[in-house]
Design a protein around this ligand. Structure first.
Ligand code: ADP
Length: 577
């Protein structure tokens, strides 16, 4: 190698080293492409050049960076050969070098070759991970310098390094964009989930899901239908919600042998149909494009989201995937709403059953009680001691049954929202006197002391006096039941200016911490022998809490095993004049 050539070679290598070391510092694709283009001009000493990459969507080569040449020139006839050179480089995967295109057998057939006789051209493909990304192209007027094989080698070496940097930046940009899309999608779905899960009403859930589906893919209208599978009739799709240019008065039922419905059911996947006429359309709306997406619950297709566009706009794969993901979420919300509907229906049925049974029991019980009372009073003749004793047992058990029936009826009314409360202003001290008065005898019978401690100034309260008396009766009666003989019961009444505070304290068996958590649950009774000895159904406290809270009060308690319990509830004071 002659000395000047060697020097040139050294200069080339050091230039290569310098420009290569700059690569890879950025992950911004445009920045990397511009760096590469500058480096190539610097390395080759070319007059002009450009860099092309394959466009991912169209698969076409697109100019992404250029120096001293504009897009119009690149696209123009004058550069036909340049494009041929680029195509040759990307197709063969080899570099292309020509110093006289006119004499070069590869290009002499081209019309524009005339203009090229004065140019020296170099082109290297950009390849990374076994794929061709595009190519870099440079040229020079002959008088500005002829490229040699060594220049092409240098360009090829650099192109290899540049390809890696370009591919990295491209992947990074892609993942970045994909991530941004995913984050946006997640935040949309988070909003959808929030809205869907807020409602347990089926029609509202369906309506929300349809609105979102239409908005997500910018459709013109649509509908959601749920499959009905009656026992005696063939299954059909029942349209539940609809949005369209003309709102329909009556939702239609679609037989499952409807061609589009059938296609969805057969493949368990979305079906896209074009130029759908009114009769072909699932919801009767003619459409340019109609998308039917299945709603799947527990491995079964339970419904269809149908969307229509009336304009030329196509529904693409991403749109479909979006609606499919929405359908999955809607399925969960629909399921919840359906379960809720079923529970409501079951509750309604239970409530009606309890009302009926309570009524049917009350009638004969009244008659049994009436006759028992008559016999006890002696109208039917004198009774011996044993007969009187037996009748007493009958009366006590009737009382038990009647308490149970009235508790069950109360719970039924509370749960179905049919409990009515009277609005009255009254003196709660009178209620305390009445309730304690009626329980006094049975309390004394067990040697328990009952103390009443009422603060001097307790204003009138505003509530239903009968229900407040019922609450207090329950609490005092519990204190009496769950306090051993000779224990103490204290009823206190104070007020804080907003509410009257009534408490019932006893020195009874107390309630363990574990049982305290279940105290207001229906049918809960502690396992203690002392509790089971007493009559009860475990309904009292649940009713008490509901009644207190329904009237604007609160109830709480404190208790310690073997020491006693204090239940405290509040009743709103009547507004002062
Ligand atoms: P019942 O008295 O019919 O069992 P309640 O709903 O009134 O039903 O009370 C539920 C349970 O709470 C009782 O069975 C008992 O175990 C416990 N309990 C209620 N009040 C007291 C009390 N004052 N002292 C101790 N335990 C009580």
């Amino acid at each position: 190698m002659s000395k000047p050539t060697l020097e040139r070679q050294q200069a080339r290598l050091s230039a290569l080293y310098e420009v290569s070391s700059q690569l890879g510092k950025s992950l911004d694709l445009d920045e990397v492409l511009n760096q590469v283009m500058d480096a190539i001009i610097q390395l080759t000493g070319a007059e002009r050049g450009f860099l092309m990459l394959y466009d991912e969507d169209t698969g076409q080569l697109v100019t992404r960076a250029a120096r001293n040449v504009d897009q119009k020139t690149i696209d123009g006839d004058a550069m036909n050969i340049s494009r041929t050179v680029v195509e040759r480089a990307v197709a063969s995967g080899d570099g292309v070098l020509t110093s006289n295109a006119q004499e070069d057998a590869r290009f002499s057939g081209q019309q524009s070759v005339v203009g090229y006789q004065l140019r020296s051209i170099m082109c290297a493909p950009l390849q990374a991970r076994g794929f061709t990304l595009g190519a870099v192209y440079v040229d020079n007027r002959l008088m500005a310098g002829v490229f040699e094989m060594a220049d092409l080698d240098l360009l090829m070496t650099f192109a290899n390094q540049a390809s890696v940097a370009i591919e990295n930046a491209r992947l990074f940009t892609q993942t970045d964009a994909a991530l941004a899309r995913r984050v946006e999608e997640l935040s949309i779905f988070q909003r959808i989930d929030q809205q869907l899960n807020k409602s347990l009403e089926l029609n509202r859930v369906l309506s929300l899901a349809l609105n979102w589906a239409i908005a997500l893919i910018n459709a013109d209208g649509g509908s959601i239908g749920l499959f009905e599978r009656p026992e005696e009739a063939p299954p059909y799709l029942r349209l539940m919600v609809f949005r369209g240019a003309d709102e329909v008065d009556e939702m239609r039922n679609v037989p499952v042998d409807h061609p589009i419905v059938q296609q969805v059911l057969a493949g368990s996947h979305s079906v896209l149909s074009h130029d759908v006429t009114e009769s072909e359309s699932i919801d009767g709306t003619p459409a340019n494009v109609q998308l039917a997406v299945p709603i799947q619950q527990g491995g079964q297709i339970s419904g269809l989201i149908t969307l229509e566009t009336q304009h030329a706009r196509e529904i693409n794969r991403e749109d479909i995937a979006f609606v499919e993901r929405l359908a999955d979420r809607a399925a969960v919300a629909i399921n919840n709403a359906q379960l809720y509907e079923q529970i409501n229906a079951a509750n309604q049925a239970k409530s009606e059953f309890v009302s009926l049974v309570a009524h049917e029991l009350r009638v004969p019980m009244t008659s049994i009680k009436g006759y028992a009372d008559l016999i006890i009073s002696g109208v039917a003749g004198p009774l011996n001691d044993q007969q009187s004793q037996f009748l007493e047992v009958i009366r006590r058990n009737l009382q038990r049954m009647s308490t149970l029936i009235s508790d069950l009826s109360d719970i039924n009314r509370i749960e179905s929202g049919r409990m009515v409360f009277d609005d009255k202003t009254f003196d709660i001290r009178e209620t305390v006197a009445d309730v304690t008065g009626s329980l006094h005898e049975q309390i004394e019978a067990r040697g328990q002391t009952l103390t009443i401690d009422i603060a001097e100034e307790v204003p009138d309260v505003h509530a239903d006096p009968t229900r407040i008396a019922q609450v207090l009766t329950n609490l005092v009666s519990n204190a009496h039941k769950y306090t051993p003989d000779n224990g103490r019961i204290i009823v206190r009444v104070t007020s804080d200016g907003h509410v009257a505070i009534v408490s019932v304290e006893d020195t009874g068996i107390g309630i363990s911490e574990e049982n305290q958590k279940k105290l207001f649950t229906q049918f809960f009774r502690a396992e203690d022998h002392a509790v089971r000895q007493q009559q009860g159904w475990g309904l009292g406290l649940s009713i008490v809490r509901n009644m207190v809270e329904a009237q604007g009060g609160q109830i709480e308690f404190e208790s310690e095993v073997d020491k006693g319990s204090t239940f405290t509830f509040t009743v709103p004071l009547a507004k002062q004049e």
